[in-house]
Design a protein around this ligand. Sequence first.
Ligand SMILES: *Cc1c(COP(=O)(O)O)cnc(C)c1O
Length: 398
Amino acid sequence: MTPTTASALTSQAAARGSGSTRVYNFGAGPSTLPEEMIRQIQSDIYDYAGTGMGILELSHRGKEYDAIVAEIDRDVRSVGNIPADYDVLFMTGGATSQNYIVPANLLPEGATADHIVTGHWAQGSFDDAKQYTSCHNSGATVHSAYHGGGDKFAHLPADSEICYSKSPAYVHMTSNNTLYGTQWLDAQGRTRLPNVPAGAFLVSDGCSDFFWDEMDVSKFGLIYGGAQKNMGTAGTTFVIVRKDLVARASKAIPRMLQYGLFSKEESRPNTPPMFAIYTVGLMVKWVRSQGGLKAMGQRNRMKAGLIYDALDRHAGTGGFYLPHAAKADRSMMNITFKCAAGPAMDDAFVAGAREHGMDVLKGHRMTGGMRASTYNAMPVEGCRALAEFIDDFARRKG
Ligand SMILES: *Cc1c(COP(=O)(O)O)cnc(C)c1O
């Protein structure tokens, strides 16, 4: 391999400030956090707000945690522009557990849930909901309204490609498909939603893009996700849910699965994952300090654009790179691509990037190739460094 010092790339030290041991972490989740937030966590672990106790040691019934809970609720609502008739809940079990918690609460006897299957996690949501209905035996069913496996989940459906059942209770979608690198966007790069049948509400797995940009939350019945991608650290699941749905959710399920219980008990019916919830609070404050969701969206489109432009300079017929997603459906959060020369070149890319201080670029084991995750906390400079490396690598190896 060409010695990296011979390339024109920005060195890691120059990019991060000399003395930094940190790399640009392009991991899909858990993912990178803002540097100033990590410093805050370091200090709060030792002594939280002058209490003489660390954040990991506080009581979940104490007044410090009371204040944290109240503040997070306020901040998530104001920064996320979440209407008053929605609950902001923090649960456990990850996004994956919502695959059965959603139907357990919101799919009545004999009703149908329609799923738009646009990737790996969407498939998991469909499979788990189906498994739940079959073991719960309530006559409820799950219907696949669209399945994108035919083109390896490279594009997202137009409304005309979706076949809903007669009168679904709700429609489940996955707003950003983390493995395949597609995201529901319109021509302006803003969140796009499918048109759902009258009477149905929309449930979105927003695990890998919630808070990526401004969004009209009132279009959804429920949005959920694990915090570890764009919202904080692993350990808690955010659930944004309309209050009337909580009110009419099933009570004939185990208590700890009930949205109503979490709503009534301020997301602490038992000992909650306080540290993870606290990190969501820090993340939301950080987003506000960066100008809020509107600024976040603009910056995220610009960041992803730097990387897609670099790939496109070396793509197309006979090109060096093969971007996976259809252009119109490209994710602003997870950028997926391969080297045309094959897996050995992919490995060389990942290794070369690591030498330049950019890590966790290997694609998911199901897709191969590369994946660059550019969530809110990934700095512009990280994306610029990767774009330069993409250009440089293609020139050297092409
Ligand atoms: C990561 C991910 C999940 C799984 O999240 P867990 O919190 O690990 O259960 C589900 N859906 C999407 C879209 C994801 O990106």
